[in-house]
Ligand binder design. Sequence first.
Ligand code: NDP
Length: 377
Amino acid sequence: MKNGNNGSRRKFLYDIGLAGLSIPFISAVGNCTGETKKQKTMSAKNGKLGIALVGLGGYAGGQLAPALLQTEHCYLAGIVTGTPSKIPVWKEKYNIPDKNIYSYDNYDSIKDNPDIDIIYVVLPNNMHAEYTIRGFEAGKHVICEKPMAITVEDCDKMIAARKKANKLLSIGYRLHFEPYNLEMVRLGTQKIYGHLKKISGGFGFRAGPSQWRLTQKYAGGGPLMDVGIYVIQAMCYTTGMEPIAVTAQEGIKTDLERFSEVEQSLTWQMEFPNGLITECKTSYADNMNFLKAEAEKGIFELTSAYNYTGQKGNTPAGAMDFPHINQQARQMDAFALTVKNKKQSIVPGEMGRRDVKYLQAVYEAMRSGKRVLIKAE
Ligand code: NDP
C-alpha cells in the first residue's frame, strides 16, 4: 500500500495538529543541508528554543541528543547531570557552554538562564515528578519521559505546578509522531476496515541484570511501567476509546533473583465501552513487539510496532509503506512549535496521568485477581 488515501491522511495529520510542522515526510537520518554540527549550534538561537536534558543516560545520550542535531525548532542548549565525568564528552560533542551545565544541586538556578526554554526530564521514573515540578518552578516548559510518574497523585502535583507556572507539559510519547502508528490510528478510528472485532499487542525485551528498572522504588513496577505502557497507549489510540475495566495475570517468574521486586511478565485485558476486550502483554524476559487489529473487513497490524525505527505494517490492501522518520526529532519539534504558537501539546500531562491511572488499575487487577473498574473523570 503506497500511503493510500493521501487526502484523508493529510487531513488526519492536520486534525491532530501536526500540519504546522515543517518537517517533511522524509527520512531524517542525514542532514541534507550539509550544515556542520558547529555551524548548526552557532546559529542555534535563530528562532530555535533551547532544550536542557536532565539525566544523561541511555535514552538522552543514545536518542534525544542526536535527534536534537536534526530538529528545526529546538536545539540542545544545556545539560543537567549528577555525573561530572560525563560533562567533557557532552560539552565537546554538542558544543555546550559551561554556563549551561548544571548538577541536580544547582538545577533550580536554571531559572536565571534565558538560553533554556524547555526542560526534558529523562531520569528514572520515581524522579520525574520532582524534576518536572522544579522545572516549572524555574519558569520553564517541560517534556517529561514516560511513565509520567509512579502515582496519579504525583501526576496531579505535576499538572498543578504546570498550571501555576502557566507553562506547557508534554510526555515523551514519540509514537504519536510516527507514521506507521499514525496509520493504525487512522485505520482504527476511522473504521476503514469496519468495526474492530479483536485487538492485541505486546512489547517486551530482555532487561539487563542490575538496572533501576528492576527496583520497585525507582521504577514503580516492572515491564508494565517501562514498555507495557506503549501497549496501553496503542489500545487507546487505535480504538479511539478509553477503557472501562481491566483484568490482569502475572506471568511465572523464572528468575526469582532478578525479579524479586517487580513482575517479570504480565498479560492483561482492557475492556472498552462497546464491549471490545483487548489482549495485551509485556515482559522483561521475552522479546515481543506487535500491534494487531482484526476488523470486519480484515486485519491491519504492525509486526514491528514500538521501536525507535524499523516499523513494519500490513493491511488488507498490502504492506504499509511510509518513510522511517526520526521520531524524537519530530516529537521535540512538535513541542517546540506548540510552545512558540502557544498551543496545547497533543500528548499533554493529562494523557500521561490517564495512563498512570490505567497502569495502577492493571497492577490492582494483577494483585487482587479481580476485574477493576476504571472510573470516568
Ligand atoms: P538510564 O538508566 O540509562 O539513565 C538514567 C539517568 O538518570 C542516569 O544515567 C543518570 O544520569 C540519571 N540518574 C539520576 N539519578 C539516578 C539514579 N538514582 N539511578 C539511576 N540513574 C540516575 O535510563 P534511560 O535513559 O533508559 O531511561 C530514563 C527515562 O527515560 C525513563 O523514565 C524511561 O522510561 C524513559 N525512556 C523513554 C524511552 C522512550 O522511547 N520514550 C526510551 C528509554 C527510556 P546522570 O549520570 O547524568 O545523572
